[in-house]
Design a protein around this ligand. Structure first.
Ligand SMILES: Cc1cc2nc3c(=O)[nH]c(=O)nc-3n(C[C@H](O)[C@H](O)[C@H](O)COP(=O)(O)OP(=O)(O)OC[C@H]3O[C@@H](n4cnc5c(N)ncnc54)[C@H](O)[C@@H]3O)c2cc1C
Length: 354
């Protein structure tokens, strides 16, 4: 087998590797190669096609970018307006047979009066306790952080069960975020109105490449799994359909023309209580060996683990290798998430520190 020598080897053709490769191509300052163990590129940010011709993204894969450079790159790749679907985000939480707009904690106005009063009482208690708490008294985990932010009752009926469903890890085993990057802003308001609830059967047509003529609509379900929350694989699809019927998203007689199940070993980089300590040891250790471990699982920082963040971790890692540029995304998640990052542009390249 012939040997290939390059200055930079990029492992993984997911968004992170693609960010690094794009920057390598743009700067043209180093020889490089990008490889993937999978047959198709895209990593988790890819789309599968079912035998019937329906397209399924891995999860939602909505683009909400924090970076102009990322926007420049995707606009270069998909320049036409018709290349994009633009949606208004509408999210609801199924609760006690009804629908509560998300963020739940901001919409307790739609709860029944007794439940609303319990939530409010605990919220007031949490706010009063916060006033007298010493600055050095930090929450030890995500559960404590939630209780301090929304009070006991909202934690009990929403934060705790919701986060367990998402992460498949108890919130007591997850770290307390510095900012509210993991959930929507906890401050409650009463802005929701019944008229903003979902109306019956609003359906979105699924793009289709074959099969019977539509119209079709689709639903994607994410089911988390862990040692804390095992899943019965043999009955997963049937259990999901039962859940859809129970929540009235499907009617019992509805025809399902296509279904698709894919299991991933890794989906979410859980911010465990031990995470920051482990990263403080492992990332410098790898760096000493000439390896920059970056991206959703390479950097293991959920707060900067979306497509835009991952892509930019690749770009910034490359700038760091070639010219010592600062890796803001990996090292300062709150900073990049709190601003529009407009300094780096695709068209403005005039040196590695642009
Ligand atoms: C269910 C779900 C929903 C999501 N929804 C959104 C969303 O709405 N919006 C959003 O912005 N982001 C979303 N994301 C996050 C998005 O998928 C990630 O940000 C992105 O895919 C991370 O890119 P990455 O390159 O770091 O990792 P990955 O996408 O995991 O890519 C890693 C690549 O490396 C390859 N690889 C791994 N190990 C090796 C090896 N040893 N040798 C060679 N190749 C290897 C893999 O085959 C893969 O192609 C979602 C993720 C999930 C799981």
């Amino acid at each position: 087998m012939s040997e290939i020598n390059v200055d930079v080897l990029v492992i993984g053709v997911g968004p992170t590797g693609l960010g690094a490769a794009k920057r390598l191509q743009q700067t043209n300052l180093a020889s490089w190669l990008i490889v993937d163990s999978n047959e198709t590129p895209g990593g988790l940010a890819s789309t599968d096609v079912t035998p019937e011709g329906f397209l399924y993204d891995v999860g939602g894969h909505v683009i909400f970018s924090h970076y102009k450079y990322f926007d420049d790159c995707i606009n270069e790749a998909l320049p036409q307006e018709s290349d994009w679907y633009t949606h208004q985000r509408v999210s609801y939480v199924r609760f006690q047979g009804g629908w509560v707009p998300y963020p739940f904690q901001k919409n307790i106005a739609v709860l029944d009066p007794e439940e609303r009063a319990r939530c409010l009482e605990d919220l007031v208690d949490a706010a009063l306790e916060a006033r007298v708490r010493a600055a050095a008294d930090k929450p030890r985990n995500f559960d404590e952080w939630n209780i301090r932010n929304v009070g006991n009752r909202l934690n009990e009926i929403f934060m705790h069960p919701y986060n367990f469903k998402v992460w498949a890890v108890p919130t007591t085993k997850m770290n307390a975020p510095n900012v509210s990057a993991r959930n929507a802003d906890p401050a409650p308001t009463s802005s929701s109105r019944p008229s903003s609830w979902p109306t019956g059967r609003s359906r979105r047509q699924t793009e289709r490449r074959g099969g019977k003529p539509g119209p079709y609509w689709s639903v994607t379900l994410e089911v988390s799994e862990s040692a804390y929350k095992p899943v019965r694989h043999e009955t997963l699809l049937a259990d999901c359909v039962r859940g859809l019927v129970a929540t009235e998203l499907l009617a019992p007689g509805d025809e399902i023309v296509s279904s698709y199940v894919r299991r991933f070993e890794h989906g979410y980089p859980t911010p465990s209580v031990e995470r920051d300590g482990a990263l403080a040891e492992s990332l410098p250790h790898l760096r000493d060996k000439g390896i920059l471990s970056r991206g959703r699982f390479g950097g293991w920082k959920y707060e900067v683990g979306n497509q835009d963040h991952s892509f930019m971790q690749g770009v910034e890692a490359l700038d760091n290798v070639v010219s010592g540029g600062i890796e803001l995304t990996l090292n300062s998640p709150d900073f990049v998430n709190s601003r529009s990052n407009t300094e780096r542009r695709l068209a403005h390249f005039g040196g590695l520190r642009n």
